[in-house]
Design a protein around this ligand. Structure first.
Ligand SMILES: NC(=O)c1ccc[n+]([C@@H]2O[C@H](COP(=O)([O-])OP(=O)(O)OC[C@H]3O[C@@H](n4cnc5c(N)ncnc54)[C@H](O)[C@@H]3O)[C@@H](O)[C@H]2O)c1
Length: 436
C-alpha cells in the first residue's frame, strides 16, 4: 500500500486503527477516532481493563460509559489484549506509560515493548505514531531501527511520526477533541499522513519538521509548568515569611492582561507528567554533558513542598499545644489534582506517610479514591461527616475537589491547613485556617 492509498483510507474512515495503551490518554483518543467513524481496537495488556471496557465501563474521567457502550454496540470500538490485531491495522498509535526508574532515569520499557509488538507485526503501508511523552530522539533512535530491522523503508512503505498527547484528564473545558495536535513525521510524507489523520478529530494540527521538534515541544510545555509551579511554591514560602497571602498577591498580578500567566502554590506536584517529563529531558542533556539547571531547581523546590506541609501542620498543632504524635489528622483529597482519582506521584502519599511516621493518626476523604497503600498497609477512605471534621485535630486540604463543602469544613473543623486556597473568601476566626 502506498501513502496515496493510505491517505484515501484515512479520509474515507476505512483505515483500521489500533491504539496501544488504554489509559488516561489512549482511551479518550481511541474513542475520538471511533466517534469520527473509524474502526478502532484499544489494545491493553491489563485484562481487567479490557474486560471493563468491553462491558462498556469507562474508568476515564473524559469518556462517558454511555458513549463507550454506544461505540461498542456500533462495532466501532473493541478493547483487546490480542496483539494480532496489529497486523490488520493501517494505523498504530502508541500511548503507553513513560515513568521514571527509582534512579529518576527514564523507564522506556513500556514504549520498547509496545513498539516491538508493532514492529514484529509490521505490514507495508502502515502509519505508526508515538504519543507517549518521552526524551528527544526516541522516535528516530529507538522506534525506527525496530521497524527497519524488519525490512521497513521509512517514508516509502512505513510512515512514522511523533505527536505528543496534551490531554488534561478531568478538564471540563478542554477534551482531547478540543486540543490542537503537534505532529512531526520522520519524512514529509509521514508528517502529511499523520496530520491528515488527526485533522479528522481535532480543530488544529500544527506540523513541525521532525519528530524531535514534536518531542521537545511537549517537554518544553511541561518544563514550563513545572518551573512556574516551582516559582509559585517558592513565592509562597517567601509570602509566608512576610505574613501575606500568596493567592492575594498572585491574583493581583494576574489582572495584568499581557505577559503574565498565574500559577498557584500547592502541596507539591503529582501525576504522570509534570514531575516526570522534565527529568526525561534533564537525563538526555546530562548524557550530553549539560546540566539542565531550571529543571533541577524546579524539581528540588517542588519535591520539598510535602515536607513543608508537614512542618506547617506540626507548627499549627504546636500553637494549639498539640503534638503531631497522637493527633488525628483528616486529609481532604489524596488525588494529585481536583476532580480526578489519579494518585500517581501524588504528594498526598508522601505527606500522609510522613505524618503517620511522626505518630499521627491519619484518615482521608476522597470521593474518587476508595483506598490507598500506605507503608504496605491499606488505608480506606472515610466519609466526610461533621463527626469526622469535629474529631480531627487538623483538617488538611490537599486536593480541592469540587465535591467538598468548604464552608461546612471551615465552620466545623477546629483547625484547617489549606494547601490549595480552597477556603479562600470563607470567613473564619483568626488562626483557624492556615492558607498558602
Ligand atoms: N495522564 C496524562 O494526563 C497524560 C497527558 C499527556 C500525556 N501523557 C503521556 O501519555 C502516556 C500514557 O500515559 P497515561 O496517563 O495514559 O498512562 P496510563 O497508565 O493511564 O495508561 C497506560 C496503559 O497502557 C497499558 N500498557 C502498558 N504497556 C502496554 C503494552 N506493552 N501493550 C499494551 N498496553 C500497555 C497499561 O496497562 C495502561 O492501561 C505517557 O507517556 C504520559 O506521559 C499523559
Amino acid at each position: 500500500m502506498t501513502d496515496a492509498t493510505l491517505i484515501d483510507r484515512i479520509r474515507d474512515r476505512a483505515a483500521r486503527i489500533s491504539v496501544i495503551g488504554q489509559g488516561y490518554v489512549g482511551l479518550p483518543l481511541a474513542v475520538e477516532f471511533a466517534r469520527a467513524g473509524f474502526s478502532v481496537n484499544g489494545l491493553d495488556t491489563d485484562l481487567d481493563r479490557v474486560t471493563a471496557l468491553n462491558s462498556g465501563r469507562s474508568y476515564s474521567p473524559d469518556v462517558e460509559s454511555d458513549d463507550l457502550a454506544a461505540l461498542l454496540r456500533a462495532g466501532r470500538y473493541e478493547a483487546t489484549a490480542d496483539l494480532s490485531v496489529l497486523e490488520a491495522s493501517d494505523v498504530v498509535i502508541i500511548c503507553v506509560p513513560t515513568p521514571l526508574r527509582k534512579s529518576k532515569d527514564p523507564d522506556i520499557s513500556y514504549v520498547v515493548a509496545a513498539a516491538e509488538a508493532a514492529a514484529a507485526r509490521f505490514r507495508p503501508g502502515q502509519l505508526v505514531v508515538l504519543e507517549s511523552t518521552t526524551y528527544p530522539g526516541t522516535t528516530e533512535e529507538l522506534l525506527l531501527p525496530m521497524f527497519q530491522a524488519r525490512g521497513a523503508t521509512i517514508g516509502k512503505d512505513l510512515f512514522v511520526a511523533f505527536s505528543p498527547e496534551r490531554i488534561d484528564p478531568g478538564n471540563p473545558t478542554f477534551k482531547a477533541r478540543d486540543i490542537p495536535k503537534v505532529v512531526g513525521g520522520v519524512t514529509p510524507v509521514c508528517t502529511r499522513l499523520a496530520a491528515a489523520l488527526y485533522r479528522l478529530i481535532v480543530p488544529l494540527v500544527h506540523e513541525v519538521s521532525s519528530p524531535k521538534i514534536a518531542e521537545l515541544a511537549k517537554l518544553y510545555e511541561n518544563v514550563f509548568r513545572n518551573v512556574n509551579i516551582a516559582l509559585a511554591n517558592e513565592f509562597s514560602l517567601m509570602c509566608q515569611r512576610l505574613g501575606v497571602s500568596t493567592k492575594e498577591v498572585i491574583d493581583a498580578a494576574a489582572t495584568k492582561p499581557f505577559g503574565f500567566m498565574p500559577f498557584y502554590p500547592g502541596p507539591g506536584i503529582g501525576g504522570h507528567c509534570i514531575p516526570v517529563d522534565p527529568l526525561y529531558l534533564a537525563w538526555t542533556m546530562r548524557l550530553r554533558g549539560y546540566e539542565a539547571r531550571f529543571i533541577a531547581l524546579g524539581d528540588e523546590i517542588n519535591r520539598a513542598m510535602p515536607d513543608h506541609v508537614v512542618e506547617l501542620v506540626a507548627d499549627g498543632l504546636n500553637d494549639r499545644r498539640r503534638a503531631v504524635n497522637g493527633a488525628r489528622i483528616l486529609t481532604l483529597g489524596v488525588a494529585y489534582k481536583r476532580g480526578i482519582g489519579d494518585i500517581r506521584e501524588s504528594p498526598a502519599l508522601e505527606i500522609l506517610a510522613s505524618l503517620r511516621k511522626r505518630g499521627a493518626e491519619v484518615a482521608y476523604v476522597d470521593p474518587y479514591v476508595a483506598s490507598i497503600a500506605l507503608d504496605g498497609a491499606v488505608l480506606k477512605a472515610v466519609e466526610l461527616t461533621d463527626g469526622e471534621l469535629a474529631a480531627a485535630d487538623c483538617v488538611l486540604i490537599l486536593t480541592d475537589h469540587p465535591e467538598f463543602d468548604y464552608r461546612r469544613i471551615v465552620e466545623t473543623a477546629a483547625f484547617v491547613v489549606d494547601t490549595r486556597n480552597a477556603t479562600w473568601g470563607i470567613p473564619a476566626p483568626a488562626g483557624r485556617i492556615l492558607r498558602f
